[in-house]
Design a protein around this ligand. Structure first.
Ligand code: AMP
Ligand code: GLY
Length: 423
């Protein structure tokens, strides 16, 4: 089979690396890809939002399966364009990707079908939002409705802050049209867990759990980022939590989407908070997490291409997912200054050390070649993943491998996976 993967980050590198192990796969293309992805796929210089060009490329190369890694093209309707062009594609159609694309939609869905989440109100008028805040208790959470690069959520401790937040989202349009509508919701506390799943429209199969570290600095301090590291499994995702989510969240979400005439095929990523009152859905995403994929996929035993095909064909009920009985930790190596301002184009050295070392992986988030040199090309540069018998060992291995790699403005957190010591 010939595959086309759409995206160019660490997540897509992990997907390409995993798909390359399938005996069914003879060739992988990735658009636009990056230097690391180029080791297991041929990179194609087409942007992820250039749907017609991508479809024409897929037709020309007789692609058997396209896999969409990223949220923007999914929410923009790339799957519908590919299907209309007769290309077999893994991912939700536009009418289902709205589960991630509109927070107002997902909150209304959860309310209508009784799926546990934070109490909330939707607003499309900033004046109404401001007057609602007058009677609300603090802290409170403001969310821009649309995609905002993971930055559209504001946690406000005072009424003043919340009013400023409403102004910046809805009036100053800090997140662009994503702020045409907004959700104001109850502030919850608890551990966060990510559970990714494959869905074929009716059947859902959850993967092993993971946890992200979103803040830039140690001790979960500093600015929010796309994710500075992950670990899997989460020790807080107990059998009891799993049973609760199976009963009240996972299948209910899939059934709700089908009942709304929006059957979901692809990945549903459940962002959960384990509150004192039980697990609650914080958010849904319609794709693999980045860097969650970098710890979940190295632990997955199945042929991922078979699972992609089962989702498309509606035969996921015939597949059981299997994961190694081990643990994985991914430490993101970023450019100093990320997520605000940072330099690019620094030479990356030391990746040869990963050659032939089982259980050690380096997934590229932003790298490129110039004159034969491998250079940094963004804020998050590499994800160094290592496995181990348990989380402690996986963390020790990951930080050992972090030392092998060097670039002049290399920055990483030193406490990825550390929450596990408290268990
Ligand atoms: P989201 O994009 O909806 O996952 O929100 C981003 C982050 O904001 C989450 O990972 C949480 O850390 C935090 N967050 C979102 N909603 C809430 C909430 N209702 N209460 C507390 N924290 C929240
Ligand atoms: N790591 C969080 C996300 O991919 O949205």
């Amino acid at each position: 089979m010939k595959l086309l993967i759409v995206g160019g980050g660490g997540r897509e590198h992990a997907i390409a690396w995993k798909a390359a192990q399938s005996p069914k796969v003879e060739k992988i293309y990735c658009a636009p890809g990056n230097a690391g992805i180029g080791t297991c796929a041929e990179c194609v210089d087409i942007g992820v939002m250039e749907f017609d060009k991508l479809a024409a490329f897929a037709r020309e190369k007789e692609i058997d399966l396209a896999v969409i890694g990223m949220d923007d093209p999914l929410v923009g309707g790339i799957v519908d364009v590919f299907e209309a062009a007769g290309i077999r594609v893994f991912g939700p159609r536009k009418n289902a990707a709205v589960l991630e694309g509109s927070k107002a939609f997902s909150k209304d869905l959860m309310k209508k079908y009784g799926i546990p989440t934070a109490a909330y109100e939707n607003f499309d008028d900033p004046e109404k939002a401001l007057s609602y805040l007058e009677t609300a208790s603090m802290p409170i959470v403001l969310k821009a409705d649309g995609l905002a690069l993971g930055k559209g959520v504001l946690i406000c401790n005072t009424l003043e802050e919340a009013k400023e937040g409403v102004k910046s989202i809805m009036m100053d349009k800090k997140f662009g049209s994503a702020g045409n509508q907004m959700v104001i919701e109850e502030f919850m506390t608890g551990r966060e867990v990510s559970v990714l799943s494959f869905v074929d429209g009716k059947t859902i199969r959850t993967m092993t759990s993971a946890q992200d570290h979103k803040r830039a600095s140690d001790g979960d301090q500093g600015l929010n980022t796309g994710g500075m590291g992950t670990f899997s499994p989460s020790p807080f995702y107990t059998d009891e939590v799993d049973a609760f989510c199976k009963q009240y969240i996972y299948q209910k979400t899939v059934d709700a989407m089908a009942a709304e005439g929006r059957p979901f095929k692809g990945i549903i990523f459940f962002g959960l908070m384990l509150t004192e009152k039980g697990p609650r859905v914080l958010e849904y995403n319609a794709r693999f997490g980045d860097p969650e994929a970098q710890v979940v996929l190295p632990r997955m035993k199945n042929d991922i291409v078979e699972v992609f095909e089962a989702c498309i064909d509606g035969t996921l009920d015939q597949i059981e997912l299997e994961f190694e009985d081990n643990a994985a930790v991914c430490v993101v190596l970023a450019s100093e200054g990320y997520p605000v301002s940072y330099e690019k184009g620094k030479e990356i050295r030391g990746l040869d050390a990963f050659q032939g070392k089982e259980g050690y992986y380096v997934f590229h988030a932003a790298s490129r070649y110039e004159d034969g040199k491998l250079l940094t090309n963004g804020g998050r540069v590499l994800g160094v993943t290592a496995t181990g018998a348990d989380l402690k060992e996986a963390r020790a291995h990951a930080y050992e491998a972090v030392k092998w790699v060097d670039f002049s403005n290399k920055y990483c957190r030193s406490d990825i996976g550390k929450a596990i010591d408290e268990v």
